[in-house]
Design a protein around this ligand. Structure first.
Ligand SMILES: [Zn+2]
Length: 459
Protein backbone atom coordinates (compact mmCIF):
# COMPACT_ATOMS: atom_id res chain seq x y z
CA UNK A 1 0.00 0.00 0.00
CA UNK A 2 2.72 2.39 1.03
CA UNK A 3 4.71 1.42 -2.05
CA UNK A 4 1.74 2.19 -4.33
CA UNK A 5 1.37 5.58 -2.69
CA UNK A 6 5.05 6.39 -3.21
CA UNK A 7 4.87 5.37 -6.85
CA UNK A 8 1.80 7.55 -7.41
CA UNK A 9 3.53 10.51 -5.84
CA UNK A 10 6.57 9.87 -7.96
CA UNK A 11 4.47 9.95 -11.09
CA UNK A 12 2.76 13.26 -10.33
CA UNK A 13 5.22 15.61 -12.01
CA UNK A 14 4.91 13.65 -15.23
CA UNK A 15 1.19 13.03 -15.29
CA UNK A 16 -0.12 16.16 -13.67
CA UNK A 17 1.71 18.79 -15.69
CA UNK A 18 2.41 19.24 -19.35
CA UNK A 19 6.12 19.11 -20.12
CA UNK A 20 6.25 22.62 -21.40
CA UNK A 21 8.94 23.03 -24.01
CA UNK A 22 8.19 26.08 -26.11
CA UNK A 23 9.69 25.96 -29.59
CA UNK A 24 9.64 29.75 -29.95
CA UNK A 25 11.96 29.97 -26.94
CA UNK A 26 14.25 27.32 -28.45
CA UNK A 27 14.34 29.38 -31.65
CA UNK A 28 15.19 32.57 -29.79
CA UNK A 29 18.21 31.01 -28.08
CA UNK A 30 19.45 29.39 -31.29
CA UNK A 31 19.07 32.58 -33.30
CA UNK A 32 21.19 34.57 -30.84
CA UNK A 33 23.79 31.89 -30.08
CA UNK A 34 24.42 31.29 -33.80
CA UNK A 35 24.46 34.94 -34.80
CA UNK A 36 27.50 36.41 -36.55
CA UNK A 37 28.01 38.64 -33.50
CA UNK A 38 29.32 35.67 -31.50
CA UNK A 39 31.95 34.98 -34.17
CA UNK A 40 31.73 31.20 -33.99
CA UNK A 41 31.87 30.88 -30.16
CA UNK A 42 35.52 29.85 -29.84
CA UNK A 43 36.62 29.39 -26.20
CA UNK A 44 38.49 32.34 -24.74
CA UNK A 45 37.39 34.80 -27.44
CA UNK A 46 34.98 37.71 -27.12
CA UNK A 47 32.30 35.60 -28.81
CA UNK A 48 33.02 32.75 -26.40
CA UNK A 49 32.83 35.05 -23.38
CA UNK A 50 29.55 36.53 -24.65
CA UNK A 51 28.18 33.01 -25.06
CA UNK A 52 29.05 32.16 -21.45
CA UNK A 53 27.34 35.35 -20.26
CA UNK A 54 24.22 34.70 -22.35
CA UNK A 55 23.94 31.16 -21.01
CA UNK A 56 24.44 32.33 -17.42
CA UNK A 57 21.70 34.91 -17.75
CA UNK A 58 19.33 32.55 -19.55
CA UNK A 59 19.83 29.80 -16.94
CA UNK A 60 19.24 32.32 -14.15
CA UNK A 61 16.10 33.61 -15.83
CA UNK A 62 14.96 29.98 -16.08
CA UNK A 63 15.11 29.70 -12.27
CA UNK A 64 18.44 27.99 -11.64
CA UNK A 65 21.56 28.86 -9.66
CA UNK A 66 24.55 29.40 -11.94
CA UNK A 67 28.28 28.85 -11.39
CA UNK A 68 31.05 29.39 -13.90
CA UNK A 69 33.63 26.62 -13.68
CA UNK A 70 37.00 27.88 -14.88
CA UNK A 71 38.65 25.49 -17.34
CA UNK A 72 42.40 26.13 -17.74
CA UNK A 73 43.40 25.87 -21.40
CA UNK A 74 46.48 26.22 -23.55
CA UNK A 75 46.74 27.32 -27.13
CA UNK A 76 49.58 25.48 -28.84
CA UNK A 77 50.88 26.78 -32.15
CA UNK A 78 53.72 25.01 -33.95
CA UNK A 79 56.50 27.37 -35.03
CA UNK A 80 58.00 27.41 -38.53
CA UNK A 81 61.41 26.47 -37.14
CA UNK A 82 60.22 22.89 -36.56
CA UNK A 83 61.71 20.13 -38.72
CA UNK A 84 61.44 16.39 -39.21
CA UNK A 85 63.65 13.71 -40.72
CA UNK A 86 62.47 10.16 -41.31
CA UNK A 87 65.06 7.55 -42.26
CA UNK A 88 67.46 10.29 -43.31
CA UNK A 89 64.98 12.15 -45.56
CA UNK A 90 63.84 15.61 -44.51
CA UNK A 91 60.12 16.17 -45.06
CA UNK A 92 58.49 19.48 -46.02
CA UNK A 93 56.69 20.81 -42.96
CA UNK A 94 53.00 21.69 -43.59
CA UNK A 95 53.07 19.88 -46.96
CA UNK A 96 54.29 16.37 -46.15
CA UNK A 97 54.04 16.52 -42.42
CA UNK A 98 52.55 18.45 -39.50
CA UNK A 99 52.80 18.02 -35.77
CA UNK A 100 51.53 19.71 -32.64
CA UNK A 101 53.04 19.44 -29.18
CA UNK A 102 51.14 17.52 -26.52
CA UNK A 103 53.87 17.79 -23.89
CA UNK A 104 53.03 21.52 -23.75
CA UNK A 105 56.71 22.44 -23.85
CA UNK A 106 58.11 25.17 -26.09
CA UNK A 107 60.84 22.87 -27.40
CA UNK A 108 60.84 19.08 -27.83
CA UNK A 109 63.54 16.92 -29.39
CA UNK A 110 62.03 13.62 -30.42
CA UNK A 111 63.60 10.46 -31.76
CA UNK A 112 61.71 7.18 -31.94
CA UNK A 113 60.83 4.14 -34.05
CA UNK A 114 57.56 3.84 -35.95
CA UNK A 115 54.78 1.31 -35.44
CA UNK A 116 51.74 1.03 -37.74
CA UNK A 117 48.66 0.42 -35.57
CA UNK A 118 45.83 0.42 -38.13
CA UNK A 119 42.85 2.40 -36.82
CA UNK A 120 44.63 2.86 -33.53
CA UNK A 121 41.99 1.27 -31.35
CA UNK A 122 43.39 -2.23 -30.88
CA UNK A 123 47.03 -3.01 -30.17
CA UNK A 124 46.63 -6.74 -29.50
CA UNK A 125 49.70 -7.91 -27.61
CA UNK A 126 52.05 -5.39 -29.22
CA UNK A 127 53.57 -2.85 -26.83
CA UNK A 128 53.85 0.64 -28.36
CA UNK A 129 55.81 2.05 -25.41
CA UNK A 130 58.46 4.50 -26.57
CA UNK A 131 57.28 4.32 -30.19
CA UNK A 132 55.50 6.66 -32.57
CA UNK A 133 52.23 5.01 -33.58
CA UNK A 134 51.07 5.55 -37.17
CA UNK A 135 47.32 5.21 -37.69
CA UNK A 136 44.56 5.87 -40.21
CA UNK A 137 41.23 7.67 -39.83
CA UNK A 138 37.99 5.85 -39.00
CA UNK A 139 36.53 3.49 -36.44
CA UNK A 140 36.45 5.91 -33.55
CA UNK A 141 37.28 9.44 -32.51
CA UNK A 142 40.76 10.88 -32.36
CA UNK A 143 40.44 11.79 -28.68
CA UNK A 144 39.83 8.21 -27.60
CA UNK A 145 42.65 6.90 -29.83
CA UNK A 146 45.02 9.54 -28.48
CA UNK A 147 44.11 8.63 -24.89
CA UNK A 148 44.71 4.95 -25.58
CA UNK A 149 48.12 5.68 -27.13
CA UNK A 150 48.98 7.87 -24.13
CA UNK A 151 47.96 5.19 -21.65
CA UNK A 152 50.12 2.63 -23.47
CA UNK A 153 53.17 4.89 -23.31
CA UNK A 154 53.52 5.87 -26.97
CA UNK A 155 55.70 8.91 -27.79
CA UNK A 156 53.37 10.35 -30.40
CA UNK A 157 50.64 9.62 -32.90
CA UNK A 158 50.98 10.12 -36.62
CA UNK A 159 47.92 10.04 -38.84
CA UNK A 160 48.56 8.61 -42.29
CA UNK A 161 46.48 11.04 -44.33
CA UNK A 162 45.04 10.32 -47.78
CA UNK A 163 44.58 13.97 -48.63
CA UNK A 164 46.18 17.28 -47.77
CA UNK A 165 46.94 17.89 -44.13
CA UNK A 166 44.57 19.17 -41.43
CA UNK A 167 44.62 22.87 -40.55
CA UNK A 168 48.32 23.01 -39.81
CA UNK A 169 48.85 26.70 -39.17
CA UNK A 170 45.97 26.81 -36.68
CA UNK A 171 46.44 26.86 -32.94
CA UNK A 172 45.33 23.69 -31.22
CA UNK A 173 43.53 24.07 -27.92
CA UNK A 174 44.35 21.67 -25.11
CA UNK A 175 43.49 21.28 -21.46
CA UNK A 176 46.36 22.62 -19.38
CA UNK A 177 48.09 19.45 -18.29
CA UNK A 178 48.84 18.49 -14.73
CA UNK A 179 52.67 18.24 -14.88
CA UNK A 180 52.51 14.92 -13.00
CA UNK A 181 50.25 13.31 -15.61
CA UNK A 182 51.58 11.36 -18.59
CA UNK A 183 51.23 12.65 -22.11
CA UNK A 184 52.28 12.07 -25.67
CA UNK A 185 55.08 14.31 -26.91
CA UNK A 186 53.08 15.17 -30.03
CA UNK A 187 50.26 14.36 -32.41
CA UNK A 188 50.90 14.74 -36.11
CA UNK A 189 50.05 13.69 -39.62
CA UNK A 190 51.96 12.56 -42.68
CA UNK A 191 50.54 12.38 -46.23
CA UNK A 192 50.37 9.07 -48.08
CA UNK A 193 52.36 10.71 -50.87
CA UNK A 194 55.24 11.48 -48.51
CA UNK A 195 55.02 8.01 -46.98
CA UNK A 196 55.29 6.44 -50.44
CA UNK A 197 58.39 8.53 -51.15
CA UNK A 198 59.89 7.17 -47.94
CA UNK A 199 59.27 3.67 -49.25
CA UNK A 200 56.50 2.72 -46.81
CA UNK A 201 54.33 -0.16 -48.12
CA UNK A 202 51.21 2.04 -47.91
CA UNK A 203 48.77 -0.13 -49.89
CA UNK A 204 49.84 -3.17 -47.91
CA UNK A 205 49.43 -1.36 -44.58
CA UNK A 206 45.96 -0.06 -45.50
CA UNK A 207 44.86 -3.55 -46.54
CA UNK A 208 46.21 -5.03 -43.29
CA UNK A 209 44.37 -2.44 -41.18
CA UNK A 210 40.93 -3.68 -42.24
CA UNK A 211 41.70 -7.35 -41.53
CA UNK A 212 39.84 -8.74 -38.53
CA UNK A 213 43.02 -10.31 -37.15
CA UNK A 214 45.05 -7.09 -37.47
CA UNK A 215 48.06 -6.67 -35.22
CA UNK A 216 50.43 -3.68 -35.31
CA UNK A 217 53.41 -3.86 -37.68
CA UNK A 218 56.70 -1.96 -37.37
CA UNK A 219 57.58 0.49 -40.13
CA UNK A 220 61.31 0.45 -40.94
CA UNK A 221 63.09 3.67 -40.07
CA UNK A 222 63.43 6.23 -37.33
CA UNK A 223 61.78 9.62 -36.94
CA UNK A 224 63.79 12.59 -35.66
CA UNK A 225 61.97 15.84 -34.98
CA UNK A 226 62.66 19.28 -33.58
CA UNK A 227 59.28 20.60 -32.45
CA UNK A 228 59.11 24.27 -31.52
CA UNK A 229 55.86 25.70 -30.20
CA UNK A 230 54.36 28.94 -28.99
CA UNK A 231 52.24 28.27 -25.93
CA UNK A 232 49.43 30.61 -24.85
CA UNK A 233 47.75 30.28 -21.44
CA UNK A 234 44.08 31.19 -21.26
CA UNK A 235 40.81 29.91 -19.87
CA UNK A 236 37.15 29.46 -20.63
CA UNK A 237 34.25 28.21 -18.53
CA UNK A 238 31.78 25.43 -18.19
CA UNK A 239 28.50 27.13 -17.34
CA UNK A 240 26.89 25.04 -14.59
CA UNK A 241 23.25 25.59 -13.58
CA UNK A 242 21.75 23.77 -10.62
CA UNK A 243 18.23 22.99 -9.43
CA UNK A 244 18.21 21.29 -6.00
CA UNK A 245 16.14 18.25 -5.22
CA UNK A 246 13.24 18.49 -2.77
CA UNK A 247 14.07 15.50 -0.60
CA UNK A 248 16.92 16.10 1.87
CA UNK A 249 17.61 12.34 1.94
CA UNK A 250 18.41 12.21 -1.78
CA UNK A 251 19.18 15.84 -2.53
CA UNK A 252 22.81 15.24 -3.50
CA UNK A 253 21.65 12.76 -6.12
CA UNK A 254 21.04 14.41 -9.44
CA UNK A 255 20.48 14.16 -13.16
CA UNK A 256 23.27 15.70 -15.21
CA UNK A 257 22.37 17.36 -18.49
CA UNK A 258 25.10 18.59 -20.82
CA UNK A 259 25.55 20.31 -24.16
CA UNK A 260 28.65 22.03 -25.50
CA UNK A 261 28.43 25.76 -26.14
CA UNK A 262 31.68 26.20 -28.04
CA UNK A 263 32.18 25.97 -31.78
CA UNK A 264 34.93 26.47 -34.33
CA UNK A 265 35.33 30.26 -34.26
CA UNK A 266 36.53 31.93 -37.44
CA UNK A 267 37.89 30.36 -40.61
CA UNK A 268 41.32 31.63 -41.71
CA UNK A 269 39.88 32.98 -44.96
CA UNK A 270 36.84 32.94 -47.22
CA UNK A 271 33.97 35.35 -47.82
CA UNK A 272 31.95 34.05 -44.87
CA UNK A 273 34.48 33.27 -42.14
CA UNK A 274 32.07 32.61 -39.29
CA UNK A 275 31.36 29.08 -38.14
CA UNK A 276 27.93 29.89 -36.71
CA UNK A 277 27.33 26.42 -35.29
CA UNK A 278 23.55 26.74 -35.28
CA UNK A 279 22.85 23.01 -35.21
CA UNK A 280 26.28 22.30 -33.64
CA UNK A 281 25.48 23.14 -30.89
CA UNK A 282 23.25 26.17 -30.36
CA UNK A 283 20.43 23.62 -30.58
CA UNK A 284 21.73 21.60 -27.64
CA UNK A 285 22.27 24.73 -25.52
CA UNK A 286 18.74 25.95 -26.29
CA UNK A 287 17.35 22.56 -25.27
CA UNK A 288 19.35 22.66 -22.03
CA UNK A 289 17.97 26.08 -21.05
CA UNK A 290 14.38 25.12 -21.80
CA UNK A 291 14.65 21.76 -20.02
CA UNK A 292 15.96 23.72 -17.01
CA UNK A 293 13.04 26.15 -17.22
CA UNK A 294 10.47 23.33 -17.36
CA UNK A 295 12.19 21.51 -14.48
CA UNK A 296 12.43 24.59 -12.26
CA UNK A 297 8.70 25.30 -12.78
CA UNK A 298 7.57 21.88 -11.54
CA UNK A 299 5.44 21.75 -8.40
CA UNK A 300 6.23 19.69 -6.45
CA UNK A 301 9.92 19.57 -7.26
CA UNK A 302 11.34 16.11 -8.04
CA UNK A 303 13.11 14.65 -5.02
CA UNK A 304 16.46 14.57 -6.84
CA UNK A 305 18.12 17.60 -8.33
CA UNK A 306 19.27 18.54 -11.81
CA UNK A 307 22.62 19.94 -12.91
CA UNK A 308 23.00 21.48 -16.36
CA UNK A 309 26.53 21.76 -17.71
CA UNK A 310 27.09 23.83 -20.85
CA UNK A 311 30.61 22.67 -21.66
CA UNK A 312 33.47 24.50 -23.34
CA UNK A 313 36.19 23.11 -25.59
CA UNK A 314 34.21 20.20 -27.03
CA UNK A 315 35.36 20.89 -30.58
CA UNK A 316 39.00 20.65 -29.44
CA UNK A 317 38.49 17.16 -27.99
CA UNK A 318 35.78 17.13 -25.29
CA UNK A 319 37.94 19.39 -23.09
CA UNK A 320 35.25 20.95 -20.88
CA UNK A 321 33.51 17.63 -20.29
CA UNK A 322 36.84 15.96 -19.53
CA UNK A 323 37.63 18.71 -17.04
CA UNK A 324 34.21 18.41 -15.42
CA UNK A 325 34.57 14.61 -15.13
CA UNK A 326 37.89 15.15 -13.31
CA UNK A 327 36.65 18.12 -11.24
CA UNK A 328 32.89 17.66 -10.76
CA UNK A 329 31.04 20.31 -8.75
CA UNK A 330 29.02 17.48 -7.20
CA UNK A 331 30.31 13.91 -6.79
CA UNK A 332 30.06 11.80 -9.95
CA UNK A 333 28.66 8.84 -8.01
CA UNK A 334 25.62 10.99 -7.22
CA UNK A 335 24.65 11.25 -10.92
CA UNK A 336 21.69 8.96 -11.59
CA UNK A 337 21.94 9.48 -15.34
CA UNK A 338 23.84 11.82 -17.64
CA UNK A 339 22.09 13.10 -20.78
CA UNK A 340 24.02 14.99 -23.44
CA UNK A 341 22.52 16.84 -26.39
CA UNK A 342 24.57 17.71 -29.44
CA UNK A 343 23.61 18.52 -33.01
CA UNK A 344 19.81 18.49 -32.88
CA UNK A 345 19.07 19.17 -36.54
CA UNK A 346 15.64 20.75 -37.14
CA UNK A 347 12.90 18.77 -38.87
CA UNK A 348 9.72 16.81 -38.33
CA UNK A 349 9.22 14.46 -35.40
CA UNK A 350 12.20 12.07 -35.21
CA UNK A 351 11.56 8.58 -36.58
CA UNK A 352 13.38 7.34 -33.49
CA UNK A 353 16.45 8.05 -31.42
CA UNK A 354 19.58 6.26 -30.30
CA UNK A 355 21.51 6.66 -27.09
CA UNK A 356 25.31 6.67 -27.30
CA UNK A 357 26.72 5.23 -24.10
CA UNK A 358 27.31 1.98 -22.27
CA UNK A 359 24.29 -0.19 -21.66
CA UNK A 360 23.37 0.08 -18.03
CA UNK A 361 20.70 -1.99 -16.33
CA UNK A 362 19.36 0.97 -14.35
CA UNK A 363 19.40 3.47 -17.19
CA UNK A 364 18.08 1.28 -19.99
CA UNK A 365 14.48 1.07 -18.65
CA UNK A 366 14.42 4.88 -18.29
CA UNK A 367 15.30 5.31 -21.96
CA UNK A 368 12.79 2.69 -23.05
CA UNK A 369 10.00 4.08 -20.91
CA UNK A 370 10.43 7.61 -22.25
CA UNK A 371 10.62 6.25 -25.81
CA UNK A 372 7.26 4.55 -25.33
CA UNK A 373 5.66 7.54 -23.62
CA UNK A 374 6.64 9.97 -26.36
CA UNK A 375 6.30 7.57 -29.29
CA UNK A 376 9.93 8.00 -30.34
CA UNK A 377 11.33 4.48 -30.64
CA UNK A 378 14.74 3.68 -29.15
CA UNK A 379 16.95 2.21 -31.90
CA UNK A 380 20.50 0.97 -32.17
CA UNK A 381 23.22 3.33 -33.44
CA UNK A 382 22.71 3.21 -37.24
CA UNK A 383 26.43 3.68 -37.96
CA UNK A 384 28.54 2.46 -35.04
CA UNK A 385 31.56 2.43 -37.40
CA UNK A 386 31.62 6.26 -37.24
CA UNK A 387 32.57 5.97 -33.59
CA UNK A 388 30.18 8.69 -32.39
CA UNK A 389 30.21 6.96 -29.01
CA UNK A 390 33.70 8.39 -28.39
CA UNK A 391 33.02 11.77 -30.01
CA UNK A 392 30.53 13.52 -27.74
CA UNK A 393 30.54 14.96 -24.25
CA UNK A 394 28.90 11.98 -22.55
CA UNK A 395 32.13 10.06 -23.23
CA UNK A 396 34.40 11.41 -20.43
CA UNK A 397 31.58 10.82 -17.92
CA UNK A 398 30.95 7.35 -19.33
CA UNK A 399 34.66 6.59 -18.92
CA UNK A 400 34.40 7.74 -15.32
CA UNK A 401 31.68 5.15 -14.71
CA UNK A 402 28.61 7.41 -14.97
CA UNK A 403 25.62 6.01 -16.91
CA UNK A 404 25.89 8.85 -19.42
CA UNK A 405 24.36 9.07 -22.87
CA UNK A 406 24.14 11.33 -25.86
CA UNK A 407 20.57 11.31 -27.18
CA UNK A 408 20.65 11.37 -30.98
CA UNK A 409 17.56 11.90 -33.14
CA UNK A 410 16.96 9.79 -36.26
CA UNK A 411 15.57 11.47 -39.36
CA UNK A 412 13.01 10.11 -41.85
CA UNK A 413 15.69 7.94 -43.46
CA UNK A 414 16.53 6.37 -40.10
CA UNK A 415 19.92 8.11 -39.99
CA UNK A 416 21.39 10.77 -37.74
CA UNK A 417 20.79 14.13 -39.46
CA UNK A 418 21.93 12.84 -42.86
CA UNK A 419 21.14 16.01 -44.86
CA UNK A 420 22.85 18.22 -42.28
CA UNK A 421 25.90 15.97 -41.93
CA UNK A 422 26.38 15.94 -45.71
CA UNK A 423 26.11 19.65 -46.39
CA UNK A 424 26.51 21.78 -43.25
CA UNK A 425 28.34 19.93 -40.47
CA UNK A 426 31.48 21.89 -39.42
CA UNK A 427 31.01 24.36 -42.29
CA UNK A 428 30.33 28.07 -42.22
CA UNK A 429 26.80 27.46 -43.56
CA UNK A 430 25.67 25.77 -40.31
CA UNK A 431 23.33 28.74 -39.87
CA UNK A 432 19.91 29.29 -38.35
CA UNK A 433 16.92 29.98 -40.57
CA UNK A 434 13.48 31.17 -39.41
CA UNK A 435 12.03 28.51 -41.72
CA UNK A 436 13.38 25.72 -39.48
CA UNK A 437 10.79 23.12 -38.45
CA UNK A 438 11.33 22.90 -34.70
CA UNK A 439 9.22 19.75 -34.17
CA UNK A 440 12.27 17.53 -33.76
CA UNK A 441 14.02 19.95 -31.39
CA UNK A 442 10.92 20.18 -29.22
CA UNK A 443 10.51 16.39 -29.22
CA UNK A 444 14.13 15.74 -28.28
CA UNK A 445 14.00 18.31 -25.46
CA UNK A 446 10.85 16.69 -24.15
CA UNK A 447 12.44 13.25 -24.43
CA UNK A 448 15.50 14.34 -22.42
CA UNK A 449 13.24 16.03 -19.85
CA UNK A 450 11.06 12.93 -19.52
CA UNK A 451 14.02 10.59 -19.02
CA UNK A 452 15.53 12.93 -16.43
CA UNK A 453 12.32 13.46 -14.49
CA UNK A 454 11.71 9.75 -14.37
CA UNK A 455 15.19 9.18 -13.04
CA UNK A 456 14.73 11.99 -10.54
CA UNK A 457 11.45 10.82 -9.08
CA UNK A 458 11.65 7.06 -9.02
CA UNK A 459 12.05 5.41 -5.61
ZN1 LIG B 1 28.85 19.25 -31.48
Amino acid sequence: MLRTFVLLLAAIPLVGQPLAIDSSRLRAHIRFLSSDLLEGRAPGTRGGDLTEQYLSSAFEAAGTKVQLQKVPLLGVRTDPGSSVIISGTELVWNTDFVASSRSQKALSLIQADLLFVGYGNNYGNVDPKGKIVVMINGQGGTTAKRELATRLGAVGTLLLSKTSLPRSAAESIQLKRDPASSSLDFTGAITEAAALRLGWPVADLLAKATATDFTPVPIAGTLQMILQSTIRNFSAHNVVATIPGSDPATSSEHILYSAHWDHLGLAANGEDRIFNGAVDNATGCAALIEIARAWAALEPRPKRGAVFVATTGEESGLLGATYYAANPLQPLNQIRIGLNLDGLAPGPKPSGFFALGTENKNAQPLLEEAARRLGIPLRPDPKPELGYITRADHFPLMNAGVPAYSLMPLDESGQFASAYMNSRYHRVNDEYSPTWDMTSNEAMSRLALTIGLNAASRP
